[in-house]
Unconditional design. Structure first.
Ligand code: GLN
Length: 273
């Protein structure tokens, strides 16, 4: 009996030690059993070709793949850190970073001064802009043509901001701005006819049109949208982590690694047709 109690006490002690250990490891920049840091990357994995859930066994980090995922995988290799992915809605990513639920964001996030008040952006790694996806049988060729129409956007994105600002500034009045948590549901509504246009980042728009070549097309309205650049985002206090990522990112950009990833994924996903 004595032996049993002793064992039970030992087991309990071990368990509580493991629990404490776990607690200290769950924060940002935490270590793992192997002594390597594990960083939690926040993303919103419905954004082809930047982040998506891969086919069984094809994931680059966990079950995820895409330009951002492969870029981060490579940076992590060079920094000798492990990365795990937290997949969530785009609109909540900055709050998750601020509360340190995640260590950084890699989500095709556009660098904006208002966002930069709450996060530190890396050097830019991709330049793009907003496209408007419409049905082929529609007559829309500019945002002004969308007066009184229903426009779909992903909640909290630069598409949402541009469309909302356009309306608030009286440039154009929409019947409704349909805010979706994922761009794909907005596009499904466009295909079925309950939405008239979807505004989304150009590479993602190209992908949707490639998936529905007989139904959809896109246009760009340079009077309404400007260029955008993607950055990884870090907690305002994590200047060292930012510098570490920037150093590797700068070298990878110079080597053309992001261009390579863009080609690779658009080809692989058939988004170029
Ligand atoms: N680039 C856009 C933004 O930052 C959209 C990003 C996304 O939907 N993942 O708002």
């Amino acid at each position: 009996m004595k032996k049993f109690i002793l064992l039970a006490v030992l087991a309990l002690a071990l368990l509580s030690f493991a629990a404490c250990n776990n607690d200290t490891e769950s924060g940002a920049d935490s270590g793992t059993d192997s002594g390597r840091r594990t960083l939690v990357m926040g993303t919103s994995a419905g954004f082809l070709p930047f982040e998506f859930i891969a086919d069984e066994g094809q994931g680059v980090i966990g079950q995820y793949a895409g330009i951002d995922v492969s870029l981060v995988y490579r940076i992590a290799q060079e920094l000798d850190v492990d990365v795990v992915i937290q997949n969530q809605e785009f609109v909540g990513l900055i709050a998750a970073l601020q509360s340190r639920e995640i260590d950084f964001i890699a989500a095709g996030m556009t660098i904006r001064p208002d966002r930069a008040e709450n996060v530190n952006f890396s050097i830019p790694y991709f330049t793009t802009g907003q496209f408007v996806v419409v049905r082929q049988d529609s007559n829309f060729h500019s945002v002004a043509d969308l007066e009184n129409m229903i426009v779909g956007v992903q909640f909290g994105t630069t598409a949402d901001i541009a469309i909302t600002d356009g309306q608030d500034d009286g440039v154009v009045t929409f019947q409704e701005i349909a805010r979706h948590n994922q761009p794909v549901t907005a596009v499904l509504d466009l295909v079925s006819g309950s939405v008239d246009a979807v505004v989304v980042d150009a590479p993602v728009a190209r992908g949707f049109v490639a998936q529905h070549p007989d139904t959809l097309r896109f246009f760009y309205d340079h009077t309404f949208f400007g260029p955008e650049q993607f950055g990884l985002a870090f907690h305002l206090d994590d200047l060292e982590l930012l510098a570490e990522f920037n150093a590797v990112l700068e070298r990878l950009l110079a080597e053309g690694f992001v261009d390579y990833l863009y080609e690779y994924y658009t080809d692989k996903l058939g988004l170029n047709e």
